[in-house]
Write a protein that binds this ligand. Structure first.
Ligand code: SF4
Length: 293
C-alpha cells in the first residue's frame, strides 16, 4: 500500500515544556537524581526517557516526608502552600513554572484584591484538579469557582461582579462561548455587567495551534495525533483535528496503531500536543514508513 506521510512542523513541545525539560536535564548532568513534583510532562514515553537519567516523580505526600533535598517545580506551577512546605522542610526549589503561568498567577492574585473590595467572584475556566488550576486557586486561598463547561455557570451569582480567567491551555473559542453565556445571564438578571471582566489568558503557544491544526487536518486524509492520555491540551487539540477530519486517531505509542485505519493513497498527517516531543512524532513517522515501505 502506498501512502504519503507528513509531520506537522508546528507540533512538538511548547516553550514552557522545552524550558522545564532543559533545566531538569542540565541538573541531571551533575546529579544522579531529581525529584519532580508531579509529572514534568504528560507524556509517558518522554517520562521514561527522563527516568533513565534520574528524574523521579513525587506527590505531595512524598514531598512532605522529604528533608534537605531538591524539588523541581514543573511548567504548570504550584500554589503558595507548596513553597511553604519546601521552606518548612528545608527543600531547595528548582522553579520551572512557565513564565506565562507565573504572569497569570500574579494577575489572579492582584485582581482578586480589587474584586474583594466590590464583593465579586473570581472564576477560573479550567479543569478541576489540574495542577495549573490548583496553582491559580491557591493564589486566592481557594476563594475561586472553577468551571469546566457552560452548564457550570449556573453555580455563579449573576447579581455580583465576576472576574474570569482561563487556564492557559483551554480552547479560546469555547472560552469565548462561556464568557458570552455569562454576560447574557448577567444582562437577563439586570446584574452588574460593567463589573464583568474577562481576562484573555489562554496561551498563544496553544491557541495559535488551533487554526494551524484545522488546516493540517483538512489537508490530510488521515490524522495520527500523538499525545499522553493525561494531557489536557492533547484532548483539546485532538478534538480540533477530529472536528475537521473524522479519520483522526489519537495514540500514545506506535503499538496502538491499527493497519485497518489506512487506505491506498492516504496522505497521513502526524501531529501532537504541546507535551508531545518532536522525536516521538518522528518515531511514529519512521514506524509508518516501515509498515508501508
Ligand atoms: S502551554 Fe503555554 S503556558 Fe503552558 S507551559 Fe506551554 S508555553 Fe507555558
Amino acid at each position: 500500500m502506498k501512502i504519503s506521510i507528513d509531520i506537522d512542523t508546528h507540533s512538538g513541545f511548547c516553550y514552557g515544556v522545552v524550558r522545564a525539560i532543559e533545566q531538569a536535564e542540565k541538573y541531571l548532568e551533575k546529579s544522579s537524581e531529581l525529584h519532580s513534583l508531579g509529572s514534568i510532562v504528560h507524556n509517558n514515553t518522554e517520562i521514561s526517557r527522563l527516568k533513565e537519567k534520574g528524574l523521579k516523580t513525587i506527590d505531595y505526600k512524598q514531598m512532605s516526608a522529604m528533608k534537605d533535598s531538591v524539588v523541581f517545580i514543573r511548567a504548570h506551577g504550584e500554589p503558595p502552600s507548596s513553597y511553604r512546605l519546601a521552606e518548612e522542610n528545608n527543600l531547595k526549589i528548582i522553579d520551572c513554572t512557565c513564565p506565562v503561568v507565573l504572569k497569570l498567577q500574579e494577575r489572579v492574585k492582584n485582581n482578586y484584591r480589587d474584586l474583594k473590595t466590590i464583593n465579586g467572584q473570581l472564576v477560573i475556566f479550567g479543569k478541576v484538579g489540574h495542577a495549573e488550576v490548583n496553582g491559580l486557586v491557591g493564589q486566592v486561598d481557594g476563594d475561586a469557582t472553577v468551571i469546566e463547561t457552560i452548564d457550570d455557570i449556573e453555580r455563579l451569582d449573576f447579581s455580583r461582579p465576576i472576574y474570569i480567567f482561563s487556564q492557559t491551555t483551554k480552547d479560546p473559542e469555547i472560552y469565548k462561548q462561556v464568557c458570552n453565556a455569562i454576560r447574557s445571564r448577567i444582562v437577563d438578571q439586570n446584574g452588574p455587567v460593567d463589573k464583568f471582566k474577562i481576562f484573555n489568558t489562554t496561551c498563544g503557544q496553544v491557541s495559535s495551534r488551533h487554526p494551524r491544526l484545522k488546516e493540517f487536518s483538512k489537508d490530510h486524509s488521515i490524522i495520527i495525533f500523538v499525545s499522553g492520555r493525561e494531557s489536557s491540551n492533547g484532548k483539546i487539540l485532538f478534538d480540533v483535528c477530529l472536528r475537521e477530519n473524522p479519520r483522526s486517531y489519537k495514540i500514545e505509542t506506535t503499538e496502538e496503531i491499527e493497519l485497518s485505519w489506512f487506505k491506498e493513497g492516504d496522505s497521513v498527517g502526524i501531529c501532537g500536543a504541546t507535551s508531545t516531543p518532536k522525536w516521538l512524532l518522528e518515531d511514529v513517522a519512521h514506524y509508518l514508513r516501515q509498515l508501508f515501505p
